[in-house]
Design a protein around this ligand. Structure first.
Ligand code: UTP
Length: 294
């Protein structure tokens, strides 16, 4: 089955990376020469997604500007033939996909944000890419969203993208109770959001990618807001969903970076810089020199 719709929740407050995210949304923070969210939209386009809903809030209109034409800038670049490459890089961003926007009017958690996508999604299965989770894949490897779509079609179950994480990371994200189904595919029985160390079920955590069917909205609606934060956790809705035996996990191929975390931003920039055709070689040289001084 072809999956053509994706939802990118990008309405969080980004408190972990303040003050950088005070006026610039964390999803717009730079990775070498592109804002983080452009990597997500490119991943969608390469995975066969044609329609993307970005969930924003009142401080994030700059995201809309980025995926639009920029007439004045483009007109200026057009005057210099040497800037044709730059012109193309600016112009083509607006044509990566049909992009739609909706505002989450109150910041009440990822589950609450995803509920705003219900009308956009209609009756089709769709992808969810968390706006601050960037996953880089090596050349020749399918983008992670495409890897998950393959599993959705092969197993007929909703899919979450997972990776083994350190205990400290699991305690910040979530933990999954799983049994192996295929080479890198697992049946999911239960998920606990932000577990205490003694409640860790496995070191697998969901890292920013899911393929789900619209019945997931009913499960989100039934999920109670967390008593402390007041947020509706999407992983809790997915945990109830897993009880229906309709959820699997793919241990995807790719390296994931958390753009909501200071170290994650630096790691994403280093890795993307090393892979960059224009500056990769010089940056590697710089890192080697720097390492000698440590
Ligand atoms: P996070 O929990 O990592 O983002 O949500 P956050 O709330 O911005 O983080 P901190 O703790 O304040 O630093 C994962 C994704 O879900 C989106 C975020 O924008 C991020 O891309 N999100 C989160 C929403 O769209 N709405 C929300 O209410 C919460």
């Amino acid at each position: 089955m072809k999956i053509t719709k994706a939802v990118i929740p990008a309405a969080g407050l980004g408190t972990r990376v303040l003050p950088a995210s005070k006026a610039v949304p964390k999803e717009m923070l730079n990775i070498v020469d592109k804002p983080a969210i452009q990597y997500l939209v490119e991943e969608c386009a390469l995975s066969g997604i044609t329609d993307i809903l970005i969930i924003t809030n009142r401080n994030k209109s700059v995201i809309e500007d980025h995926f639009d034409y920029a007439y004045e800038l483009e007109d200026n670049l057009k005057r210099d033939a040497k800037k044709a490459g730059l012109l193309n890089s600016v112009h083509s961003v607006a044509d990566l996909a049909n992009i739609y926007y909706i505002r989450q009017k109150e910041t009440k958690g990822l589950g609450h944000a995803i509920l705003t996508a219900e009308n956009f999604v209609g009756s089709e299965p769709f992808a969810i890419l968390y706006g601050d989770d960037i996953i880089l894949t090596d050349e020749g490897v399918k983008p992670v969203t495409a890897q998950l779509i393959d599993a959705f079609n092969a197993y007929g179950k909703c899919v979450c993208g997972v990776k083994e994480c350190s205990e400290e990371q699991v305690m910040k994200y979530c933990t999954l109770d799983v049994t192996k189904m295929g080479e890198n595919v697992y049946d999911v029985h239960k998920i606990i959001e932000k577990p205490k160390r003694e409640n860790i079920l496995s070191r697998f955590s969901i890292l920013g990618r899911n393929i789900v069917t619209p019945d997931v909205f009913d499960f989100i609606r039934k999920t109670k807001p967390n008593e402390t934060s007041g947020e509706i956790y999407f992983s809790e809705a997915l945990s109830s969903y897993a009880e229906t035996d309709k959820l699997c996990a793919v241990d995807f191929i790719g390296k994931r970076f958390d753009m909501g975390d200071k170290l994650g931003i630096l790691q994403a920039n280093c890795e993307a810089a090393l892979r960059h055709p224009e500056i990769g070689g010089r940056f590697a040289q710089y890192i080697k020199e720097l390492a000698k001084t440590l």
